[in-house]
Design a protein. Sequence first.
Length: 153
Amino acid sequence: MKDSSDRSKTAARDHRGKFVRANQAIDQDELFGKQKNTSEELGDPSQIIKLVAKGVVEVMAGMRDVNQLGQWLSDDVYLKLRDRATQAKVARAARAEPANLPHFEITQMRKQSPADGVFEAVVLLQGPTRLRAVTLRLEGYNQRWRTTSLAVL
């Protein structure tokens, strides 16, 4: 039989003062899920917006690996961009066309914050033959800005 000192090591009191087991299941999302951040905590995302916009065009052109943008992309955006880059690579191979470095310059960027910890932006990139628009939504969670929605027009 355990004495009372052994019980104190495995038991704790809840908010009502009742004893609960120390190994009782906890809500994992509270500790390991998305932890939202405020805009003030993360700062101005302008540089990240520009980097992601140019990086996405370079990924689709085959000149950058999608892993290089991974830290700024949510999981679903990363997977969609990876699939799109693979499709573009297969299409280039079918045409026997090499990957080429796109020379795009940012001509304009607009951003707005519809809510705290969220930014939506449009970046216009001028290339040698056409203008591209990249729209994205950044949300602050887990101590960094993450792109949660992305479209290239």
